[in-house]
Design a protein around this ligand. Sequence first.
Ligand code: ASP
Length: 325
Amino acid sequence: MQVETKKIVVLGTGGTIAGKAAAAGDNIGYVAGQVRVQDLLAGVPGLAQAAQGPLDFEQVAQIDSKNMEFGVWAALAQRCHEHLQDDSVRAVVITHGTDTLEETAWFLHSVLDARKPVLLTCAMRPATAIAPDGPQNLLDAMAVAHAPGARGVLVVCAGAVHGARQVQKVHPYRVDAFSSGEGGPLGWVEEGRVRLAQDWPQAQAGWAQGALEKVASGASWPRVEIVMNYAGACGATVDALVRDGVQGLVVAATGNGTLHHALQAALERAQQAGVAVRVTTRCPLGQVLSLPWAHAALPLSPGLIPVKARVSLLLELLGASAPTL
Ligand code: ASP
């Protein structure tokens, strides 16, 4: 049997997977980001075998991902970039909170040349729970790390493997909290084996790598906010944000990109004032189809949910040319 010599590096960032509650029966009253990544790994039976080689770890952050910050993203991307360049590394696994996981996944997908797997994993039950889900998710991430052809930024949770573009947290409590929407997951992990339903994501170079270099050399992150269309919407929030110096606005429009006329007028004023505006839909499935006869007053961000469109706009405003989806 061939002995695997390449290592898997686990980057800890906190989350429920590293959460602790006062009582084992408490699945929600816990504090996220308490258990050190090395202790998490040490607590998973069979992890060393599943890694099939050296397992390294680094604590990049120790936070509840609801508090995710640009500084953590930049540090995480930098560490991933270095490990991806290192020939002795097979894959990078990131332990992450579930709340903003899809944003981090899309950010890393956009800035990394991920020809190897970068696997975000997580848990919906704290490490102290009677039945924590983190250990199995970590084991499953090791299986994906060894799956032939695995590459790109992927999410491994509850036995499913999702791509960075489609994945979205869809449930606040259920262990199987993520969905890839209409396309479904890329595949599943069953008893340490990956069963693919779709091809691995195309090898891609990370359309926004340059943006990360700018941040590393001191550029500050732009301010991009999200607004939403709804019954009775008006333009007051947009006008206030423009006065406050916002540089980008993503709007979660209704249906096929429709906007209350008052909100639309405010967004057009914002755009005329130099604010970058992108239209998405608040519908959880599908994507906005541009109307051939409509004049494109406000540009679309096709196929991205609002929080991912915001990530793309942040990176565009940092100088990245255009997202390749
Ligand atoms: N609030 C937690 C976090 O995002 C939730 C979780 O990890 O499930 O860090």
